[in-house]
Design a protein around this ligand. Structure first.
Ligand SMILES: [Zn+2]
Length: 113
């Protein structure tokens, strides 16, 4: 719970997409979340200029500690190069009983103003 509150706090402090990236009209993140021993889950995140510029997605595993998927680097690099799409995979860096317990395959598309 504490961890979650900390993330909410970071999110509130991150500022809006418009403030950081005024040239961005829309960001869509599609990801397939794969957890060992569980069915893949498709997750979609949509960012508008009024959204918080916070691109960290939590890991869905209950006992995951300090995990999650940080797409900040991916997205800021894309915007700097005015790229419209990118895809890749990220492993959860969380530490718990099993390492490599989950990963995501992401696809990001960005529309510019
Ligand atoms: Zn995890």
């Amino acid at each position: 719970m504490e961890k979650k509150q900390e993330m909410m706090q970071q999110r509130r402090e991150s500022g809006s997409v418009a403030a950081h990236f005024p040239e961005v009209a829309n960001i869509v993140m599609h990801m397939t979340y794969n957890q060992r021993g569980a069915k893949s889950i498709l997750r979609t995140f949509n960012f508008t200029p009024g959204s918080y510029a916070f691109f960290v997605v939590n890991c869905l595993r209950q006992d995951c500690v300090d995990g999650g998927f940080d797409l900040t680097q991916v997205i800021t690099t894309m915007i700097r190069n005015r790229k419209v799409d990118a895809k890749g995979t990220i492993n959860c860096e969380g530490t718990d009983s099993s390492t490599n317990h989950s990963d995501i395959a992401y696809e990001v598309s960005i529309q510019y103003t």
